[in-house]
Design a protein around this ligand. Structure first.
Ligand code: EPZ
Length: 417
């Protein structure tokens, strides 16, 4: 458990070199299973999701080492075939192991990864994709059994551009016999980062245009070394901190193109956004303006993973804003905690109406999931007075390597124990 003690009301100023992307490295760790050798991932963040996924790979027989940002996975000998609920419930994306293990071993049994605070998180798209590639999958009360003689290429239409299901399909199809055509795929930057890594491993992947990917299966792969792209959600979280607290934050990152939808909103709110090839800078001087409607959508739309954070900034804007959460059915967990701090937010199903207020007040709040926790730290930094953000399950450390150090780098007054 962690408690963050924060003195708020101080404008932030500083720079940050954004670490590697959590939602890129996790699918790449699953992809490493299809190669009977070593895969190396550089610029890897030291976060608990990576440690938990490393334990998952170790339980299957991999040797995994992490040393100062470099993750080395040796999947030469993979002899496991079962993942218990205890281990898969920690990291939902462990479901990606299913496609990789069907490709590698032809079988895997795993307890349901289950849902979390932000939604039920079903895996029906994943199961349908793998069945399309020839897997026999039996869904039992508490676990899933999957096996196949060999995965065979297919034409697959995803009913929704699911990030995880697209990643499962890519990993499985890369090692299937024959050609797979994927339609309706997700187009997030993390998908492209995974494709770059898979190509370095020798996979034959062509993504001519958004929503269509062609994969020609291979029966063996190469040892690859890949440098993770920057984490656009961590970057966006810090950019929104500047908007909410005032001041100016400059972020060094290698995928500024991925920030377009956030930039549009921040500019509508009156922030100054400056960008270059490798930096993203947000400055807030004047009082923020409300934004009539923000809708979370698949990339390139506004990312659901920044929804709670932008809500905090909107709480301090002049006027009424609305947020439509279109990706997850329960992603307004942070609202009650923000209302404690003086926010005026009403929730109607998947729509939140925010009436801006003069200020937020320091209070004791509780993190209930990863991005909501980051939003509460942002609110505490913007609030007048002292706050304590309690994070009983260390959700925040799942996705932020050292948020307190990063905030101190911006001049924020924060202490974690
Ligand atoms: C990935 O989750 C990210 N996680 C999430 O980030 C992110 O919010 C999400 O994509 C959307 O961008 C990782 O990459 C590790 P989806 P994923 O499949 O793959 C429904 C964070 O904070 N769905 O695109 O699970 C699902 O319930 C995390 O870093 C099905 O119905 O997201 C959701 O409503 C949170 N059946 C929608 O699709 C399925 O089989 C989008 O989910 C799969 C998904």
């Amino acid at each position: 458990m962690s408690r963050y003690y924060i003195d708020g009301g101080i404008p932030l100023k500083g720079e940050n070199i954004v670490k590697g992307c959590k939602n890129s490295v996790l699918p790449m760790m699953a992809a490493a299973l299809i190669h009977k050798g070593v895969s190396i991932i550089e610029n890897c963040p030291d976060i608990s999701d990576v440690r938990d996924m490393s334990d998952i790979l170790r339980s299957l027989g991999c040797v995994v080492n992490y040393d100062r940002g470099t993750l080395t996975i040796d999947a030469s000998y993979v002899d496991g075939d079962y993942l218990s609920g205890e281990i898969v419930k920690k990291v939902r994306i462990s479901v990606l192991v299913m496609g990789a293990m069907l490709a590698r071993k032809g079988c895997i049994r795993m307890d349901y990864p289950g849902g979390c605070r932000i939604g039920k998180r079903p895996i029906d798209y994943h199961i349908d994709v793998l069945r399309s590639l020839g897997a026999n999958i039996t869904e039992k009360d508490d676990c899933i059994e999957a096996e196949c003689q060999a995965l065979k290429g297919a034409v697959i239409y995803l009913p929704f551009p699911s990030v995880g299901a697209t990643e499962n399909a890519l990993i499985a199809a890369a090692a299937a016999q024959g050609t797979t055509i994927l339609r309706g795929t997700a187009n997030e930057p993390e998908i492209h980062d995974l494709c770059v890594m898979l190509r370095k491993m020798g996979a034959d992947i062509s993504n001519f245009r958004p929503g269509k990917i062609i994969v020609r299966g291979k029966d063996s792969f190469l040892s690859a070394r890949h440098h993770l792209m920057s984490d656009r959600i961590v970057a966006g979280t810090y950019a929104i901190m500047a908007a909410a607290c005032g001041g100016s934050i400059r972020l060094q990152m290698d995928n500024v193109y991925a920030m377009t939808s956030l930039s549009k909103v921040l500019k509508q709110m009156g922030c100054i956004v400056n960008t270059g090839n490798d930096y993203y800078e947000v400055t807030k001087k004047a009082r923020l303006r409300a934004v009539e409607r923000i809708v979370t959508e698949p990339f390139p739309g506004f990312p659901t993973d920044l929804q709670s954070q932008i809500m905090v900034a909107l709480c301090l804007a002049d006027g009424k804003s609305t947020i439509e959460e279109k990706i997850f059915e329960n992603r307004f967990q942070v609202v009650d905690e923000l209302v404690k701090q003086g926010a005026d937010i009403s929730v109607f199903g998947t729509r939140a109406v925010i009436n801006g207020c003069k200020r937020l007040y320091g209070k004791e709040t509780t993190a209930k999931e990863l991005r909501g926790g980051a939003a509460l730290i942002t609110a505490a930094l913007a609030a007048y007075g002292q706050s304590i953000v309690t994070d009983e399950n260390d959700y925040i450390r799942r996705g932020y390597e050292n948020i307190e150090n990063d905030v101190k780098g911006f001049g924020g007054r924060i202490y974690r124990d």
